[in-house]
Design a protein around this ligand. Sequence first.
Ligand SMILES: Nc1c(NC[C@H](O)[C@H](O)[C@H](O)CO)[nH]c(=O)[nH]c1=O
Ligand SMILES: CC(=O)[C@@H](O)COP(=O)(O)O
Length: 236
Amino acid sequence: MATAAFVEFSLLPRQSNFNPSQLQPHRPLLSLSSHNTSIPKLTAAALSFSQSQGFGCAIEKRQCKEQERGVLVQTSAVRELTGSLTSAQGHRFAIVVARFNDLITKKLLEGALNTFKSYSVREEDIDVVWVPGSFEIGVVAQQLGKSRKYQSILCIGAVIKGDTSHYDAVVNAATSGVLSAGLNSGTPCIFGVLTCDTLEQAFNRAGGKAGNKGAEAALTAIEMASLFEHHLKPLQ
Ligand SMILES: Nc1c(NC[C@H](O)[C@H](O)[C@H](O)CO)[nH]c(=O)[nH]c1=O
Ligand SMILES: CC(=O)[C@@H](O)COP(=O)(O)O
């Protein structure tokens, strides 16, 4: 798939003895985009990757003729990395699910498992770990992440507001716990914890009219597993 690329321009001081081999990667002073009209002669365009290369070469050739005007134009193609949703097979996933409010969390888990199945994740490649409540998710997610057995850890819970501020404590702990687990282990940990004011809100997000947040989080887990496996781990 051709990757859209934007032509980037650097305006450099006039050089009388300009030699194209002197082209150095410079931080572009201007990025040309469709709304940018500051360079009159060039039409702003989002180009296909191949076009931008051709376009770039054309500009460099033309640039050699315009060196007396002291404008150096450089092209670059933005490389975009993204995880794929079509390459989940063979990846292993762990799901950490809170038992508290399991009337809700079981529905979130069901949504997640159905999504994994529809994206060809084998049942033997999924481990489900139950914890008492959302507060306990983080520490378990971190251990699973550090095991290096999984490409992604999906964290599922349902925190529903009560009469006191205990809700805030649990939500904050669950949120920072999942975030820290991912950062500390280097394995993507996906936040699939509902934080609701009412039970109705929770039901609506566990397969009701607002969809299933467990299923959505599973999609994120698949994409992040692919991104890390195919694009980020090779960078290490
Ligand atoms: N009130 C909710 C809790 N509370 C329990 C805590 O998560 C934790 O298990 C306890 O504080 C012991 O450490 N958990 C939820 O997942 N959802 C709630 O609404
Ligand atoms: C989110 C909670 O911890 C909550 O369910 C506890 O309810 P309460 O604040 O009434 O004790």
